[in-house]
Design a protein around this ligand. Structure first.
Ligand SMILES: NC(=O)c1ccc[n+]([C@@H]2O[C@H](COP(=O)([O-])OP(=O)(O)OC[C@H]3O[C@@H](n4cnc5c(N)ncnc54)[C@H](OP(=O)(O)O)[C@@H]3O)[C@@H](O)[C@H]2O)c1
Length: 405
């Protein structure tokens, strides 16, 4: 089956469905399982594979690709390989070295699309999630604009065909666009029925940037999910549409995005699911069905704070969790009181709430009231907040005032 493609300047067409390979944080699919998934996917007809240095499995992906090239199923030029520069490699001088490491691991000669994974850097080194002795994330101060500049020569030198970004907000995209000599061709962000991300998508498209949806199924097996969090697959309206179409909820989710002209990269290491996720071009959702799915949007993110959240989980006993959650509720009340008094805080509150789920008040406690106070003083405690800043789409001025403490 011919999969539609979106044009990417400088690269071959980007197939609208690809295989995701994110398997860290305890998700299924280390080593051989990913290698096998890549082989299965290519046999089924997938030609796009989404990777990242941080997934720590590029060698396995590479072995899968090599096996399928060696047995004649595909040629390298049939494939569209995406990978991402990790946060510990934002220092311009090591960008090339990092790209070369990915290339070596993947063994694919060149990368079709190279993305900056996040708009913030971590402390350089072998530890992919560096922390201090108190378990706080250690960030670096490299400006992503300089990192992007360092990525640009990779295109001219043939290591990479095209560049893109991931998890940037529109202000951050704009800063890159102001200096970019090599076009930003694609933006990879979280999108699923509970998170339409419409404004950011519209903005990117107005700048000629194509869109890829990660977690297009709302990652139903994510290990950091709160117990009271909604699961996309349990959504009755999606189940009804799936039933009416004779399709699965996963296929409906993916089709919804394809009809919005968004590339999808569902991850699976289960052969039947890899196949299922590819069979999305033999049916169409009606306008009414599209509207119904649009109506599910609740601006709910499943990613973004997972790094922080993961640390919280590993650093705390269940009792500490509970105490923190209680404190958070108080924080929420304080926000409500402040809201009546101070418009700037209202804005911050709203931005914050967009990404809050009940279990994430645990994170909110860390930068609830102190966050607001520090913002008012022009100081943000970055090791708590910077991840969030990238997602909150706060005014740029606020970011510029941030100080690492
Ligand atoms: N740029 C970024 O920051 C970023 C962040 C996250 C993800 N990504 C990329 O986007 C890809 C997809 O996102 P994701 O992995 O988080 O979430 P996802 O694709 O929404 O969900 C993946 C999970 O759903 C299960 N699954 C897949 N197909 C299914 C089906 N048809 N029925 C039932 N369950 C199914 C898989 O389980 P099994 O594997 O056990 O089958 C897997 O654990 C990632 O793999 C990665 O390549 C990028």
């Amino acid at each position: 089956m011919a999969v539609p493609e979106i044009p990417i300047p400088g690269a071959r067409g980007y197939p609208m469905v690809g295989l995701g390979t994110f398997t860290i944080f305890g998700q299924r699919g280390a080593g051989d399982e990913v290698e096998q998934a890549v082989k299965t996917a290519i046999d089924i007809g997938y030609r796009s594979i989404d990777c990242a240095w941080v997934y720590s499995n590029e060698e396995s992906v590479g072995r899968g690709i090599k096996a399928k090239i060696d047995d004649g199923t595909v040629k390298r030029e049939d494939l569209f390989i995406t990978t991402k520069l990790w946060d510990t490699c934002h220092r311009p001088a090591i960008v090339r070295e990092s790209c070369e490491k990915s290339l070596k691991a993947l063994g694919c000669g060149y990368i079709d699309l190279y993305l900056m994974h996040w708009p913030f850097g971590f402390k350089e080194g072998d530890d992919l999630f560096p922390k201090d002795e108190n378990g706080k994330v250690l960030f670096s101060d490299h400006d992503f604009v300089d990192t992007y500049k360092a990525m640009e020569p990779l295109v001219a030198d043939g290591l990479v065909k095209a560049l893109g970004l991931s998890n940037f907000n529109h202000k951050q995209v704009d800063r890159v666009l102001q200096i970019a000599k090599v076009p930003v061709t694609n933006m990879q962000i979280e999108i699923h029925p509970y998170l339409s991300n419409k404004k950011l998508i519209d903005y990117c498209r107005s700048k000629g940037i194509t869109i890829t949806a990660y977690a297009p199924l709302g990652n139903p097996t994510r290990t950091w999910a709160g117990t009271d969090e909604p699961v996309v697959f349990d959504e009755p309206k999606l189940q009804a549409i799936a039933k009416a179409k004779g399709k699965t909820v996963a296929q409906v989710c993916l089709r919804f995005l394809i009809q919005r002209n968004i590339n999808v990269i569902p991850k699976s290491v289960t052969p039947s699911r890899i196949k299922e996720n590819f069979q999305i071009f033999d049916f169409e959702l009606s306008e009414e069905e599209m509207k119904t799915i649009w109506s599910l949007d609740r601006n709910l993110r499943f990613y973004g704070e997972s790094i922080k959240r993961r640390e919280e989980i590993s650093n705390k006993t269940p009792l500490q969790h509970q105490q923190q959650n209680t404190r958070c509720k108080n924080t929420k009340d304080e926000y409500s009181t402040r809201r009546k008094r101070d418009t700037r805080h209202v804005n911050i509150k709203h931005k914050r709430l967009h990404i809050n789920r009940r279990d994430q008040w645990a994170t909110g406690a860390d930068f609830g009231r102190p966050f607001v106070t520090q913002v008012a003083n022009g100081v943000v405690i970055l090791d708590c907040v910077r991840t969030t800043l990238s997602l909150l789409q706060l005014p740029r001025g606020l970011e510029e005032r941030t100080i690492v403490v």
